[in-house]
Design a protein. Sequence first.
Length: 405
Amino acid sequence: MYDVIIIGSGLVGLGVANALQEHNRHLKLLIVEKESGPAAHQSGHNSNVVHSGIYYTPGSLKARLAKQGNQSMFAFCRQHDLYHDRCGKVIVATQLKELSLLENIYQRGMENGLAVVRLSQNELKMREPYVNGLEALLVPDAGIVNYVQVAEKLAELIQQRGGDIHYHQEVVGIQESSSGVAVQTQSAQYQGKWLVNCGGLFSDRIAKLAGYETGMKIVPFRGEYYVLNPDKNYLVNHLIYPVPNPDFPFLGVHFTRMYNGNRDVGPNAVLAFKREGYRKSDFNLRDLSEVLSYRGFWKIAGQYMGEGLAEIRRSLSRRRFTENARQLIPELQPEDLQPGPTGVRAQALTYEGKLVDDFHFVTGSRSLHVCNAPSPAATACLEIGREVVGRYFGEIVVNKNRLWR
Ligand SMILES: Cc1cc2nc3c(=O)[nH]c(=O)nc-3n(C[C@H](O)[C@H](O)[C@H](O)COP(=O)(O)OP(=O)(O)OC[C@H]3O[C@@H](n4cnc5c(N)ncnc54)[C@H](O)[C@@H]3O)c2cc1C
């Protein structure tokens, strides 16, 4: 009998396990993961950026946990001698109409209590000589790490402290009762007192297995990157971001200086025809038909048809992708870019067609479901774990026999 069973060894599941052990070393913990190691999906297929929290609505969980997460992620990497580089990020307005949006972001940064510096065109040129911009913001706290390395270290620490991680175990059934929860995989059954669902791209289906309707569906969006040819690395010094579209803050190709010396360009965002579909040709009938029969999807598709089609065109043509990226670095040519990695975002969408913006949890009688953990959840994973423990597990950490609500 485990005290807590966590589904998923992405950064969020690992962050929750880490925080539970921080509060009570004696809890008997199990992480059940369907893949062969940690960070096999979103946590290992992302931009590796440690965000600062500048974009997020003041007072939201994202704003608070990104800010705290930025500090704790860098501290974790320092403590364990993992790669990290607080290289800073510039957000660049390339058109006059973006200047007021840039100012809004500055104000938001102030409200969120962040260090943000306004850069004139000349100051931007001194930092990023090849970037075309009218004005920019410098966010010195943003940086990069290697999230796979972070996840591997977390998994190692969790096991050293006595936690179990069982790989190759896909959860296919969940039975809650008044005294605990039974978790069924294809080859084993586990008993626990409490369950935390950190299933990322499958978190909605896992909640359903436990009998909970979350009121939202995960819609997978594939993000495709290009990599700059190494002889063009000089074009990018920092992390370079465009001013985000306030309706779709995750859209907008950016340039990222990576831990391996590469400069990644991307990602875009196109509907994936499979929840873990990393290639354009990947397709899963159940995944796709669930999206296409979902009212929320058609509502948002109707509303933002133009943006969606533009993303698809950019996905199909390197030339169009480059045109978009050239708004920031005009010197860029299609032949400077080679196809790079891809990732799939788990974006929760409500039945009414609203993208769920903030981190979102649903509680059951013996289970907690992390139903929306999009970016900056990698940055914030240690803090999401602490939030979950503080909000929901406070009581069992003190007295294992009490309910969490
Ligand atoms: C393209 C892209 C770029 C991003 N860039 C950034 C960034 O720069 N900075 C940042 O902070 N965030 C970024 N993010 C967001 C960040 O990567 C995610 O928010 C975060 O990794 C989510 O972690 P997770 O643990 O919830 O999900 P995941 O990492 O997807 O983990 C979920 C785990 O659950 C497992 N699982 C699912 N179903 C089952 C089952 N039935 N049984 C057992 N196991 C199961 C999966 O195998 C997986 O390992 C990006 C995301 C993407 C896709």
